[in-house]
Design a protein around this ligand. Structure first.
Ligand code: ZN
Ligand code: ZN
Length: 126
C-alpha cells in the first residue's frame, strides 16, 4: 500500500446516495447516470471554494475498495482516477498488481462513455 498524502482537508464534506431525477454524469468515468438510477452526490468545500461531484455506483464501489486499503481516505469524485493512477505508478511493489485492474476498468468505462457520446452526435434529427 502506498502513502497517499492529502494536502488540505475540506471544511465541508457531504455525500449521499440519491436517486437521479434527471440524467447526471459521473465525475470520474464520465458515464451517464440515467434518471431512476442511484448515484452518489458529493459536495465539498475548502476555503469557500465549492466543489460538487457525482459518482456512478461502479465508481463508488471502486472508491470504497480503494479507501479500505488506504487508511479510509476518500478521493473527490473527479480525483479518483488520478489517485488510483498515482498508486499504480508511484506506489510500492505490489501496488501495481493490486490496483491496475481497477485503473483499467475505470478507463474502460471512460472510453465507453465517450464513445457513446460520439455516436449520439451522428443520430439523425427526429
Ligand atoms: Zn496504494
Ligand atoms: Zn463512474
Amino acid at each position: 500500500m502506498c502513502q497517499i498524502e492529502i494536502d488540505e482537508h475540506c471544511d465541508v464534506w457531504s455525500e449521499a446516495i440519491v436517486l437521479a431525477r434527471k440524467p447526471h454524469r459521473c465525475s470520474c468515468c464520465f458515464s451517464m447516470i440515467q434518471s431512476g438510477q442511484n448515484y452518489l452526490r458529493h459536495f465539498s468545500a475548502l476555503d469557500g471554494d465549492v466543489s460538487p461531484g457525482t459518482l456512478c455506483m461502479d465508481c463508488k464501489t471502486d472508491r470504497d475498495l480503494f479507501a479500505e486499503k488506504h487508511d479510509g481516505i476518500l478521493a473527490h469524485p473527479s480525483g479518483l482516477l488520478g489517485m488510483v493512477e498515482e498508486c499504480v505508478y508511484e506506489g510500492d511493489d505490489g501496488d501495481e498488481d493490486s490496483w491496475r485492474p481497477m485503473l483499467s476498468r475505470i478507463k474502460i468505462r471512460r472510453v465507453r462513455a465517450t464513445k457513446k457520446e460520439a455516436s449520439n452526435e451522428c443520430h439523425p434529427k427526429v
